[in-house]
Design a protein around this ligand. Structure first.
Ligand code: AMP
Ligand code: GLY
Length: 432
């Protein structure tokens, strides 16, 4: 029976995708997004019998007023700040890890030490917290190391250094607080690993877990993986790079020991764990980072690859009673092209009118997820760096690719930029 009311916290493309997938779940009647964007302000025509709306105010106040059946926390910052604990203390059912479990993303030093304690394959690292320790630490790396700020830096706290001197300068600027304030006062240096990246998501109830299909992101702003890193410019799933055999290895070496280790250390993980992996040329998975929430724009494609009552899965995980068949993989392939504002990943241009949204969604299998958008006088305006996530699904990846780009071609706003090579590698490499 469609009776559940769910609160989703966040305002990105990830939250729009989660909101629509939850709204489509048979058990859900209403989804409220705080603060949301232009896309989450009303339900799509296909779900017009249900309620989708935005609300403003602090998450705790909105939860007190609305008494939802479940609260889903989208971004990492509130999780690392302990919002799941605060909501749970007021009696709300929450999907998202505790502050203690969120350290897997909130502190890279914690994550690296945890991985080392539990034998999880990851690059060799050294933690540095004093400038006086830096030169000795750098000298232990024969090749230039990757430099990472310990705390949350909105995806900007990592430098894949070209040489030791750049690594040294970046680390010093972090340690002094100049680059990222307190988030950089501890630094992790680690060995650089070569290979192809994959995004693995698993939903866990503290003990039991289910894996979602593998996805691939495109982090750099320009075609051919050139230019600076972004939050993610496009994704596809399932990623043929991760064969069934490799998925089993990832589960055994990385996912299972992480959930077991967290439970054994008294901080069981409830929520979505997103492991950023490097698959080496030898086919070995190495852990680069953990995120304690769904990826953005991974979620936009993952939601297309799942069947069944997704809300039931999240409620089950939040209650500590995840059913083994809670998540059903569909046979669909999905591809998402992020359309960003000019200036992104630096300061984006905002306030431009977006046209062609309906025409884009008229392409079969296409959904345009909103991220940095807002409504003004019935028009949709740009309001952030990543503006839209144009997502297509189909029975094959090449068809999803064609549909997504056909939809992007119908969209217009001043200065829009997007990558033209999302998914190209999977389309041109031999199918797994
Ligand atoms: P992170 O925020 O830790 O995911 O790092 C951002 C990006 O930096 C990753 O997606 C990789 O492209 C790159 N990166 C991080 N750690 C390494 C590493 N040890 N070797 C090579 N590239 C890395
Ligand atoms: N797409 C990468 C992330 O969500 O962190």
């Amino acid at each position: 029976m469609a009776s559940r009311k769910i609160l989703v916290l966040g305002s990105g493309g990830r939250e729009h995708a989660l909101a629509l997938r939850l709204l489509a779940s048979p058990s859900v009647r209403e989804v409220i997004v705080v603060p949301g964007n232009a896309g989450t302000a009303r339900p799509p025509a296909s779900l017009s019998e249900k309620v989708l709306r935005n609300a403003s105010g602090s998450p705790l106040d909105v939860a007190r007023a609305e008494r939802p059946d479940l609260v889903v926390i989208g971004p990492e910052q509130p999780l690392c700040d302990g919002l799941a604990d605060a909501l749970a203390a007021e009696g709300h059912l929450v999907f998202g890890p505790s502050r203690a479990a969120a350290r897997l993303e909130g502190s890279k030093a914690f994550m690296k030490e945890f991985a080392t304690r539990h034998g999880i394959p990851t690059a060799r690292h050294v933690v540095v917290s004093q400038p006086s320790e830096l030169d000795a630490a750098l000298a232990t790396f024969s090749a230039p190391p990757v430099v990472k700020a310990d705390g949350l830096c909105a995806g900007k706290g990592v430098l894949v250094a070209p040489d030791h001197e750049s690594a040294r300068r970046a680390a010093l600027a972090m340690l002094s607080g100049e680059s990222f304030g307190d988030a950089g006062r501890t630094v992790v240096l680690e060995e650089r690993i070569e290979g192809q990246e994959a995004s693995i998501h698993a939903i866990c109830d503290g003990e039991r877990y289910v894996l979602l299909p593998a996805a691939q992101d495109h982090k750099r702003i320009f075609d051919g993986d050139a230019g600076p890193n972004t939050g993610g410019m496009g994704t596809y799933a399932p990623a043929p790079l991760v064969t069934e055999a490799l998925a089993r290895v990832i589960e055994e070496r990385i996912v299972r020991p992480t959930f077991r280790g967290m439970a054994a250390e008294g901080t069981p993980f409830r929520g979505t764990l997103f492991a950023g992996l490097m698959i080496t040329s030898a086919g070995e998975p190495m852990l680069l980072e953990f995120n304690v929430r769904f990826g953005d724009p991974e979620t936009q494609v993952l939601m297309e690859t799942l069947d069944g009552d997704f809300a039931e899965a999240l409620v089950g995980a939040a209650r500590g009673a995840l059913a083994p068949d809670a998540v059903v993989a569909s046979n669909r392939h999905a591809l998402c092209v992020v359309v960003a504002a000019s200036g992104y990943p630096g300061t984006p241009r905002t306030g431009d009118v977006i046209t062609g949204l309906e025409e884009a969604e008229a392409v079969p299998g296409v959904r345009v997820y909103h991220a940095g958008t807002r409504l003004e006088g019935g028009r949709v305006l740009t309001a952030g760096g990543r503006v839209l996530g144009v997502t297509a699904s189909a029975s094959a990846l090449d068809v999803a690719h064609e549909r997504a780009y056909a939809a992007v071609a119908r969209l217009r706003f001043e200065g829009m930029q997007f990558r033209r090579d999302i998914g190209t590698r999977a389309l041109t490499s031999p199918r797994a």
